[in-house]
Every structure is written in structure tokens, then in C-alpha cells.
Write a protein that binds this ligand. Structure first.
Ligand code: PEP
Length: 249
């Protein structure tokens, strides 16, 4: 098992040419023997093309979202089977932008998590508090609630990862400080040990991670990787984070 997972969430960015150029750059650089797994999560439209382009043993491929149902009248949605059929291995579920902009609730998120894991997809379940919740002292309560509800019915944890993403740090240039990351990751780790009896589940940090702050963040105990938005669109920055992880192995 790799020691770190460095995951890029491209969000609604890049056309196919741009996606190809970022991916080519990553692909040509990657270290074969590294203990660090590099994952890209491009828009849905690029998945099929990129899975043909890359060697999936060097770069992993993920989607940014999925629908919980198998198929049917869900205009505009993408199913688990569709993702698997184009070589997609991972899916991000419950990103705060899905929760806040598209109104996804814990019940829907939980259904996606359970069905994706059962189908063999690797799931990155995102959790995190808003600034208001943090200022009211509710951070741990919110995280516990999102974990409990998001993981109802989950038994097989082999393909599960958690991303702690304080909402106030996503795309804002603000990162949580060392102490905040350390105490939240410890809390999540303890929750997972209690819930599953063991914790081999990677816990990623997400929120304005970049080439400059990666070393400090990835050195913190219980931080097993990063979910990276903005900096994952700049191959040199993304590779610098990847190299930092290699250095820390
Ligand atoms: C994200 O999209 O999950 C994220 C952490 O974005 P950024 O790195 O841009 O804050």
C-alpha cells in the first residue's frame, strides 16, 4: 500500500486539450517505484480519453462525483457502472461544493458511498466544517455527524479514504494551521478505529494545499495525503507536492 495519496480535483476546469497537456506532463515525470500514489480527477467528459492515454499503474484516475442509482431517468447524471466502464478507479463523494451548491445531503452521500464501494470503486469521502461552525466550536460534532451518516452500512473499508476539508480553506488561499489539522485528523482517526476496529484508512487533508505548504501539512501525524484543487491544475506545483510526499516517505 502506498504511504501517501496525492489527489488532484480539477473541478469544472480544462478542455480536452488542456487536460491532455497537464496529464502528459505528469505522466512523463512520474517516478515508477514511488510509495506515493498520484490521482487525477478530471471532469467526466475527459475520463474515457485520459484512461486510454495514461498508464493506470502510474497515475490513478478518478471522477469528481457519481449518482447512487444503477441507471434510469436521471437526466445529466453519471452512474457507477459508467465510471468503471471507462477505467475510472476512484470517485470523490460529498465534496463541500456538492453539499453546498447542489444540496447533497448525508443520506444521498451515504447511498453513493455504499454503492460505489460495493461496486469496487475507491471512494474519497469528503467531510469538513464551515467557518461559522468552527467559530461556534462545533467542528468535532460536525465531523462526527458527517462520518456517522456518511458511513452507515459500510463494512468493507479496503477502498475507503476520508478527506478532511475545512470548507473555509477550500479555494480561499487559507489553510488550516498545524494544530487544527493535527487535532481534526486525530479525531477522525480515532473515530475510524472505534467504528471499524482498525484504521488503515487514509485521511487526506484538503484546503489550499500548494507547493509551499505541502511539507508542513504532509508531515503532520495522521495526514496520509492531500486532496488538491487549484494547485493540481498546475503540473509543476502538483509534482512538487508529489515530490514532497516522496521525500517524506
Ligand atoms: C478541493 O477542491 O477539494 C480543494 C481542496 O481545493 P483547493 O486546493 O483549491 O483549496
Amino acid at each position: 500500500m502506498s504511504k501517501y495519496l496525492i489527489a488532484g480535483n480539477w473541478k469544472m476546469n480544462t478542455n480536452l486539450d488542456e487536460a491532455k497537456s497537464i496529464t502528459d506532463r505528469l505522466h512523463s515525470y512520474l517516478d515508477y517505484d514511488s510509495e506515493v500514489e498520484l490521482l487525477i480527477c478530471p471532469p467526466f467528459t475527459h475520463l474515457s480519453f485520459l484512461s486510454e492515454l495514461i498508464d493506470l499503474s502510474r497515475i490513478s484516475l478518478g471522477a469528481q462525483n457519481v449518482h447512487s442509482e444503477k441507471n434510469g431517468a436521471y437526466t445529466g447524471e453519471i452512474s457507477i457502472d459508467m465510471l468503471l466502464s471507462v477505467g475510472c478507479e476512484y470517485v470523490i463523494i460529498g465534496h463541500s461544493e456538492r453539499r453546498s451548491i447542489f444540496g447533497e445531503d448525508d443520506k444521498f452521500i451515504n447511498k453513493k458511498v455504499v454503492n460505489s464501494l460495493n461496486a469496487g470503486l475507491r471512494v474519497i469521502l469528503c467531510i469538513g466544517e464551515t467557518l461559522e461552525q468552527r467559530e461556534k466550536g462545533e467542528t468535532f460534532e460536525i465531523l462526527e455527524n458527517q462520518l456517522e451518516k456518511g458511513l452507515i452500512g459500510v463494512e468493507k473499508i479496503i477502498n475507503l479514504k476520508i478527506a478532511y476539508e475545512p470548507v473555509w480553506a477550500i479555494g480561499t488561499g487559507k489553510t488550516a494551521n498545524k494544530e487544527q489539522i493535527s487535532e481534526t485528523h486525530e479525531f477522525i482517526s480515532k473515530f475510524l478505529i472505534k467504528r471499524f476496529g482498525e484504521n488503515n484508512i487514509k485521511i487526506l487533508y484538503g484546503g489550499s494545499m500548494n507547493a509551499e505548504n505541502a511539507e508542513e501539512i504532509l508531515s503532520i501525524k495522521n495526514v496520509n495525503g492531500g486532496l488538491i484543487g487549484g494547485a493540481s491544475l498546475k503540473p509543476d506545483s502538483f509534482l512538487s507536492i508529489y515530490n514532497t510526499a516522496i521525500k517524506l516517505c
